[in-house]
Design a protein around this ligand. Sequence first.
Ligand code: SAM
Ligand code: FES
Length: 354
Amino acid sequence: MSVTRELIDILRQQQRLEKGQWKQLLSQYTKEDREYAAILAREVADKIYGRDIYVRGLIEFTNYCKNDCYYCGIRRSNLHASRYRLTREEILSCAMKGYELGFRTFVLQGGEDAFYTDEKLCQLISEIKQRYPDCAITLSVGEREKSSYQRLYEAGADRYLLRHETALEEHYKRLHPENMSLKHRKQCLYDLKEIGYQVGCGIMVGSPYQTIDSLADDMLFMEALGPHMIGIGPFLPQKDTPFGGKEKGSFHFTLFLLSLLRLAHPKVLLPATTALGTIHPKGREYGILAGANVVMPNLSPVKVRDKYALYDNKICTGEEAAECRGCLEQRIKSVGYQVVTDRGDYKGICTRVG
Ligand code: SAM
Ligand code: FES
């Protein structure tokens, strides 16, 4: 048996590898290893989640952002970005449509927009919770103070997505301006976890200056954090950003990492992301076959969808919510899985119900 295949077996059995082993696996794997890891990953996911795939209704409610991440299409300095903010009524109407379509989790995502104070967000969260007490609310609004995360949690937010982007300091500095720090981002994740959120971290696969070393550090960081969700998708360039001319991430390598993450974190909620669906027409289906168990169709009003342009050629910017849901349902069915109407909580401890 090859060394890399042996490493995949060790990962399956022990749910962890040493840094040197990660580096060896990530740099020397073959196509056969990729396929083997996908089979094992699917077995693990099937054992825990069956053939069920969870859906999250994604509401991209603001594309204003005070940050200037070099990779991101809605960064502050992108003067070509046409800015929008959904009103409270528009957000509630997205949730209503979503509920009717069978969504039981809403993900409120946006740039770091000072307009959305704790007070405004708390009001919004409690209003959604009041109307749909059987739904979970996931927030993805970047770095905030611990006291702010606490208030949002008390208002009813259940989960929080905050990709760490990279666990290696030198890499983080090449993706972000001086005023942003990896230390603070990691601290946010630990704070969120301590408060009681189901927490998601993650990376872009193939982001500029990513190395085998930084990826191995990502794996170790995720082992230490123990996230409930992990969001990964390929890096895709956006033409009006400093990284507009950089290479996109690899489709197959993203699939391989999805499988390895499933083996390292068997119960983790692992989305087949929109970026994966953008890089390949059947990306999300392949993502599921590689071990993913979540999809996040867009619930935002069609008129703003193309404005939340993190990268070029983003899919699903022209369809109504109902079409998005129907289309994904069919796609998932085509690979032998089913979308379920369920909050889709993490199957382990740390779950807050209601
Ligand atoms: N502001 C929040 C935050 O910082 O977590 C949420 C919004 S942010 C746009 C969500 C994620 O989009 C980022 O964590 C990043 O990984 C991803 N993203 C941004 N630009 C991207 C690009 N060019 N290609 C792929 N993913 C990208
Ligand atoms: Fe803020 Fe991308 S730079 S969301």
